[in-house]
Design a protein around this ligand. Structure first.
Ligand code: FES
Ligand code: FE2
Length: 402
């Protein structure tokens, strides 16, 4: 058993704690005109750089893989790709969610390419070996060139290979670098996510229900998705409907750990245009000083989280190619907010959140195009806005060796 390297890292950067108790980083940027990027432009377009990132980032720590609601019922099987590797998220007859490598133990064929609901087993289409929902081998027809019952002697070694996984807040995370049992995986995951778990301990994430979800298939490198998510500077220009400029400017850059950076709008919900006529039931017992705030955090590398008092939004994504990223956006509300009477409020909430994400699409495409320019190797992150983007880039650079 090995422990992942996803635990909180390194030392706190130059920073101060503000009145709200948030750690605001004052570094790493020291100048408004650095004339250089921390990550080189080639890392946004090159296949070799992308392949290194798949190994050193997406295959070497905890990574968002999918949603628990994709396998709501026992027997549901959902293929995903993490770090370029095909995986299967499976809901067992015991209601547990497990993750396996999506590769038949006979000749390695991918077992499923589309989500499916199976009765009790997953069957490979090539030579019809089948597996139980807990991954164990169930049948290997004509294994000894004759009709026979029973399994080969080596059956115990021929089950689907399991992947360390953990479910939290409606999301399935995996860690391809470890081989932990469930209890050890939970402990390792909770250590990785401790700063968020304690910051959001007023929310009972076992109560959240999906309000709506959508997929965005974007011709952009994954790092630009994260950098745009961490860019609070563009809000008044690209998303003017979210409120007056004064509300957009009122944001704290917050550093919770090297791998958890983002921001908070202390008066986000109040200063911005209302997303719903009346607010939905709150997600748990929200403290009075947090009822109007919005938290926005990237859990490195690919879980982008938003929390307001009455909704929780996730953008998890799969880095498919140097210039392609598939986002899976989901909006969750409290279980009491799924009542019919809240249907118009839920719809206006999800409409506006999808619209905000849609507005970023042309920007992302043009950011990607810009990476073909020699000018994009000499970009300027500015001290007043881009400290957390710089922190993200530093983490990528350290892991990959840029
Ligand atoms: S490859 Fe799956 S049964 Fe042969
Ligand atoms: Fe945006």
């Amino acid at each position: 058993m090995t422990i992942s390297d996803a635990a909180p890292l390194a030392q706190v950067p130059d920073s101060h704690v503000n009145d709200a108790g948030n750690r605001i980083i004052d570094g790493p940027l020291q100048t408004d005109s650095s004339q250089r990027a921390i990550i080189p432009a080639r890392a946004y377009v090159g296949q070799a750089e992308f392949d290194l990132e798949q190994e050193r980032i997406f295959s070497s720590g905890w990574v968002w893989a999918g949603y628990a609601h994709w396998v709501e019922e026992a027997g549901q099987v959902h293929p995903v790709t993490v770090g370029g590797k095909p995986l299967l998220i499976v809901r067992g007859s015991d209601e547990e969610i497990r993750v396996f490598h999506n590769s038949c133990r006979h000749r390695g064929m991918v077992m499923l390419e589309e989500p499916a609901k199976v009765r009790r087993r997953i069957q490979c289409a090539y030579h019809c070996w089948s597996y139980n929902l807990d991954g164990s081998l169930h049948a290997t027809p004509y294994f000894k060139r004759e009709r026979s019952r029973g399994l080969p002697d080596a059956a115990d070694d021929l089950g689907l290979l399991s992947v360390t996984s953990h479910v939290w807040a409606g999301m399935v995370f995996v860690n391809l670098a470890t081989d932990l049992d469930d209890a050890a995986a939970a402990a390792d995951f909770e250590q990785m996510l401790a700063p968020i778990i304690s910051r959001w301990d007023h929310v009972d994430f076992t109560r959240i229900q999906l309000a709506d979800e959508r997929e965005f298939d974007i011709g952009v490198n994954w790092k630009l998705v994260v950098e745009n998510f961490l860019d609070f500077y563009h809000l008044p220009f690209i998303h003017p409907q979210v409120g007056p400029v004064s509300a957009s400017l009122d944001v704290d850059d917050v550093w919770l750990a090297d791998h958890i950076v983002g921001g908070t709008y202390p008066r986000g919900a109040a200063g911005k245009a209302a997303k719903t006529e009346e607010s939905l039931p709150f997600l748990g017992d929200v403290p009075a000083d947090r009822t109007e705030s919005q938290d926005i955090f990237c859990v490195f590398p690919n879980a982008l989280l938003f929390l307001e008092a009455d909704w929780f939004q996730v953008i998890g994504y799969d880095a498919v190619a140097p210039d392609r990223t598939v986002e899976h956006m989901a909006i969750f509300v409290d279980e009491t907010a799924t009542a019919e009477k809240y249907s118009p409020a839920r719809k206006s909430l999800t409409d506006i959140l999808f619209e905000v994400n849609e507005q970023d699409m042309p920007i992302l495409h043009r950011l990607q195009k810009g990476r073909r320019s020699p000018g994009s190797d000499r970009t300027n992150l500015v001290t007043h806005w881009d400290q957390i983007t710089a922190a993200f880039q530093q983490l990528v650079a350290r892991k990959v060796g840029y």
